[in-house]
Design a protein around this ligand. Structure first.
Ligand SMILES: Cc1ncc(COP(=O)(O)O)c(C=O)c1O
Length: 903
């Protein structure tokens, strides 16, 4: 069996795709200490350390001991039995915990994973909270009864009613759901409850939300207290004294626990300060909540002590442990709680089939003891690792922002601006995959296996086993140095040649101007959403991929699609002729129309729409006033109708596109040169933009011919559009359309008679024969291939082709005949106050001061004072007029024809 394919199909389809694309996979078959070997006997230095679980290294002695232990022990799981091995492990924890804290006695609860250990800690906190609440309620009940007896003596019904209200008030407070306090950046596991505590939103989307969590900022003690106080409630305790009913207010905090990792692991290996840890401890004591320290990653002697927090003299009420108990192969979760805080009765309700099992208890016990002694014996090499990594940071301060952590829980934090060094890094950085890009380079070039932290892609975790050797440290430092030098020398092959067979092009570095523009603060901003149209456009942006086949590039775009989002690619400030200012930001997603369309057509419509919606969310967060939907973002959101504008202006830009396209037909020039009105054809009557443009043409045309592609000439859609058009024409009062209006007034019984009456001015046809009558043709069907060529046209005809792909095909000159074809109109930026505006995105086809019409509409809205205005869905002639006034006031003008596809 091809197990890799089977794994991909049946276990992790999306992740497998990414792993194989980035060449992050090997056939690993054996391991020794920090080295692992593949089937071809290549060896790799393993620094992921099984995400911190492999404290003793591969092939460690506990594996052999465990194998012997299993051989000797024939019992399967036994529950409800006071097991010796579990008791031994509990004793070891008691010993270590009492050595490191001032608490002698600890209750030890067993489970099977880190997340489960945290679950138990939370469950215990809630259980304990409600137990304490029961006691409080009993006392309150006594107070109610005392007061009531007195009130009844006096037969004071009004006061008895008030007492009833007090009870209701208190009960409503007691019914409030309990909250927990957790840190920004926290990671506590992936069960639904622990996910609530976990900070990384991506892991929670569509699964849970954390309304029960008070999220606190690291190192901000003032805010911590303020947030706690914001949740404070007042319980009313009735007292009958001196013949009067009084009420005492007592504080009530519906908070069962404060939980923290003393070193935030997946958040990027960030140590909490001693001061902040003490503040957390104090606050938990003050509000009588459990203080839980999650030492699942930092504990079990990875930093030299059982608990990292003990370096700071902190004692938690509850600790959780897991990874470092496994010796890299056996699963065990431990929740240790101070004996005096252990809620009575809890052990009657807590159990799990596999918890307290012999094997994992045995392994955990051995591992803990070995880890402690190995750390003590290997302290020199561990210090060497720490100091060498920190030295590296000093040599490359612009690439390595920090080296963080302690002992063997370390991370190299790469500088954030590497994410905008070149468009290739930006591609991976924006998809939160920069860390994997570095990992892939290190695996393939340096034979070092390393991984980023889960919620902080810029941090590569360094978590070798406790037995790390000096030569291994040197090997690591050499590998990372090579990587840093490859960044320095812009060596794109170093990062990509192992991912693609083709030659790798050069990096496309962002200019300083663009870097500054996209990182500058955004205020009063207008956002325009866009993306590269074709793979050739993508290759202009990420030039390292310029020789990669289109299929592979598309595969990359598909594989990273879920991770991609709209991010700034260019920004600049503009001033309108109306004197208003706005910052314009081009929000791009590196995905072609084709890939978007394929996603849209597959079952991922809502994912695609969601990306656009999130871009609007981004705009809102960044003080945006307006969002414009460029290219496919309009189509895939049904012209914006699937979107929530979130109080911002939102536009498809279609009105101004229609207006400028109409102007590109140069009707006024025709009138001037020929001294007569043109016959104007519209191909694609029935479609929204073309149909709306017809309304603009009526006053200018000698005759208007409406072409459509329906089988019958007068189908329902055409009739409906015709009905609206007739209604519009009848309401016109310009001199030019008088003949047509008169003709429309003639009595008619059938629609055919009506059409006959107006045939000299307006014709509908589903054949293209009449095209050769037309002087100017506007065309915009959704046909996937060309519909007409010069052969169908009159000499000198002007065609405005809005269709993508175009409706016109073939040459524009033939046998002495010439036609002129344009793709629509391009606007120019307002001139009065601006320097030249150039949208500097590598794939962008526009010249200095040029803007596509839909962009001009968006920017005009941004330069107006309007708010919460939506121009989505079908456009109308009124919309066109309104937008035209706005664009005029902002100072946008038609700058000429365009020969590039519409946006
Ligand atoms: C601090 C911390 N808590 C909890 C967990 C969850 O552990 P598990 O993956 O065993 O459920 C992790 C895992 O990385 C962790 O780092």
């Amino acid at each position: 069996m091809q197990y890799k394919e089977y794994y991909s199909k049946h276990i992790r389809p999306d992740q497998s795709c990414l792993i194989s694309l980035m060449n992050l996979d090997r056939d690993f078959i054996s391991g020794k200490r920090n080295w692992i070997y593949d089937s071809k006997e290549n060896k790799y230095l393993d620094l992921t350390g099984s995400y911190g679980a492999n404290t003793l290294g591969h092939g460690n002695i506990v594996r052999d001991l465990a194998a012997n232990f299993l051989k000797k022990n024939s019992l399967s799981f036994l529950q409800g039995n006071r097991g010796a091995t579990a008791a031994k492990l509990a004793a070891t924890f008691n010993r270590f915990l009492s050595e490191e804290t001032n608490q002698k006695e600890w209750n030890i609860q067993f489970s099977n994973s880190g997340a489960e250990a945290v679950e138990i800690a939370l469950k215990m906190s809630h259980f304990s909270f409600y137990k304490k609440l029961e006691r409080r309620k009993v006392k309150l009940q006594e107070a109610y009864n005392k007061a009531r007896k007195e009130l009844e003596k006096n037969k004071d019904q009004k006061l008895i009613d008030i007492l009833g209200h007090i009870k209701e008030h208190n009960n409503a407070i007691f019914d409030l759901p309990l909250k927990m306090i957790a840190l920004e950046g926290a990671f506590h596991g992936k069960t639904v409850e622990t996910l609530k505590l976990t900070y990384n939103q991506k892991l929670k989307n569509n699964i849970t939300h954390d309304s029960s969590v008070i999220r606190i900022h690291r190192e901000d003690e003032v805010k911590l207290v303020r947030q706690i106080e914001e949740s404070k409630m007042s319980i009313q305790v009735p007292i009958f004294e001196d013949g009067r009913l009084k009420v005492n207010e007592e504080s009530y905090y519906p908070i069962s626990a404060i939980i923290a990792e003393p070193i935030l692991g997946e958040g990027g290996v960030i140590e909490l300060s001693s001061k902040f840890l003490h503040a957390l401890r104090e606050q938990a004591t003050r509000i009588d909540a459990m203080f839980i320290l999650d030492e699942i990653q930092s504990g079990c002697f990875r930093t030299g002590k059982l608990c990292y927090s003990h370096y700071h003299g902190i004692t938690a009420d509850i600790y959780t442990f897991s990874k470092g108990l496994s010796a890299g192969f056996s699963k065990c979760g431990i929740t240790a709680i101070q004996m005096k805080k252990f809620p009575k009765g809890f052990d009657l309700i807590q159990s799990s089939t596999f918890a307290e099992d012999e094997l994992s208890s045995y392994v955990a016990n051995k591992t803990l003891k070995l880890a402690k002694s190995h750390f003590e014996n290997n302290i020199d090499n561990i210090s060497y690792l720490n100091s060498e990594l920190r030295k590296l940071q000093h040599i490359y301060p612009s690439y390595i922002k920090e080296v963080r952590g302690k002992g063997l829980m370390l991370a190299i934090d790469f500088a954030k601006d590497l994410g905008i060094r070149n468009y290739e890094f930006k591609y991976f950085f924006d998809a939160d995959m920069f860390g994997y890009l570095l990992s892939s380079a290190l695996l393939n070039n340096e034979s070092i296996r390393i991984a980023p932290t889960l919620s902080n892609q810029n941090s590569l975790r360094v978590q070798p086993s406790i037995n790390i050797q000096k030569d291994e440290v040197d090997y690591l430092i050499k590998g990372i140095t090579n990587l840093l030098n490859a960044i320095k020398s812009n060596d794109s092959s170093y990062f990509f040649s192992h991912m693609f067979e083709e030659e790798i092009g050069p990096f496309n570095n962002l200019t300083e101007e663009v870097k500054e523009a996209i990182t500058k603060d955004m205020t009063q901003t207008t956002f325009f959403l866009n993306h590269p149209i074709e793979t050739t456009d993508v290759k202009k942006i990420v030039t390292a991929f310029k020789y990669i086949s289109d299929e592979k590039l598309e595969a990359l775009m598909h594989a990273t699609f879920h991770l991609q989002k709209f991010t700034p690619y260019y920004a600049t400030d503009i001033i309108g002729d109306n004197g208003n200012k706005t910052r314009i930001v081009m929000l791009s997603i590196p995905v072609t129309s084709k890939v978007l369309y394929e996603k849209f057509r597959s079952k991922e419509l809502s994912t695609v729409v969601d990306k656009v919606q999130k871009a609007i969310g981004f705009a809102k967060e960044h003080d945006g006033s307006t969002v414009g939907l460029g290219q496919f973002t309009s189509i895939i959101t049904k012209n914006g109708m699937f979107l929530n504008n979130m109080g911002l202006n939102l536009t498809t830009g279609n009105s101004y596109t229609a207006k400028l396209a109409y102007d590109a037909g140069e009707i006024q020039d025709y009138l001037r040169i020929n001294n007569s009105k043109p016959t104007i054809g519209f191909v694609g009557f029935g479609g929204n933009i073309i149909t709306t443009m017809v309304s603009l043409a009526i006053k200018d045309a000698k005759k208007t011919i409406l072409f459509h592609r329906g089988k019958e000439n007068l189908n329902n859609k055409v009739l409906a559009c015709l009905h609206e058009l007739v209604h519009y024409i009848s309401g016109m009062n310009c001199e030019n359309s008088r003949n047509l209006r008169e003709a429309l007034k003639r009595p008619y019984e059938t629609i055919e008679t009506l059409l006959y009456n107006i045939k000299d001015y307006l014709v509908i046809s589903n054949s293209l024969e009449l095209l050769e009558e037309c002087d100017v043709i506007y065309t915009g069907t959704n046909s996937t291939s060309g519909l007409f060529s010069i052969d169908n046209l009159k000499n000198g005809a002007k065609i405005v082709d809005l269709a993508v792909p175009g409706d016109f095909f073939g040459p524009t000159e033939k046998d002495g005949k010439i036609v002129r074809v344009t793709k629509g109109g391009i606007a120019s930026f307002p001139k009065s106050y601006n320097k030249d505006v150039r949208i500097n995105i590598p794939s962008f086809p526009l010249q200095t001061n040029q803007s596509f019409a839909c962009m001009a509409e968006t920017f005009s809205m941004g330069l107006s004072k309007i708010k919460d205005n939506v121009h989505i869905g079908p456009i109308s002639i009124n919309d066109i007029e309104k937008i035209n006034i706005m664009a005029n006031s902002a100072g946008f003008k038609i700058s000429g024809d365009k020969n590039i596809n519409s946006m």
